[in-house]
Design a protein around this ligand. Structure first.
Ligand code: RP5
Length: 165
């Protein structure tokens, strides 16, 4: 029996939460259950293996993985699960997340990681992509996703506020 929610938001460190919380908040806004976990490819490799090998059987359908620096986590997770994995490059202090981006995006052919933008935009969009995947087989969620996008469109002013700096 599936015990896990359909989305797993994993990250390499507590320090990634400041970025990954934007994925969590987006999933909340769409009413998608998820679990968030710290799973470090470097510091907790056994936890990573257990998570990735067991995720599908546990009921996870999409994995969102955020990491920074030498960001092996999304690729290693993808190597051990057939589930779709969306990678979020966390902005690193040393190289502004370019190291994270290149570590995640340059997967050799055969093990894909859907790589998003560095930082908050990537975290939000990873959640929206997870929603789009789940919405393929969930009409109620598809409706919520359409409504979310319509609200976003409605919130964009047609003309700029020229008094703003
Ligand atoms: C990576 O190292 C994590 O994903 C994090 O982005 C980075 C730094 O981790 P901390 O030193 O802040 O724990 O594994």
């Amino acid at each position: 029996m599936a015990a896990s929610p359909p989305v797993a938001v994993i990250m390499g460190s507590q320090s990634d939460w400041a970025t990954m919380r934007h994925a969590a908040e987006t999933l909340d806004a769409l009413g998608i259950p998820y679990e968030s976990r710290i799973v470090s490819a470097h510091r907790t490799p056994d936890r990573l293996v257990a998570f990735a090998k067991g995720a599908k059987a546990a009921g996870v359908r999409v994995v969102i993985a955020g990491a920074g620096g030498a960001a092996h986590l999304p690729g290693m997770a993808a190597a051990m699960t057939p589930l779709p994995v969306f990678g979020v490059p966390v902005e690193s202090k040393a190289l502004s997340g370019q190291d994270s981006l290149l570590s995640i995006v340059q997967m050799p052919a055969g093990i894909p990681v859907g790589t998003l933008a560095i930082g908050r935009a990537g975290a939000v969009n990873a959640a929206l992509l997870a929603a789009a995947v789940l919405a393929l087989t969930d009409d109620a969620l598809a409706g919520r996703l359409d409504a979310w996008r319509a609200r976003q469109s409605a919130a964009v002013a047609e003309h700029p506020d020229t008094s703003a700096s």
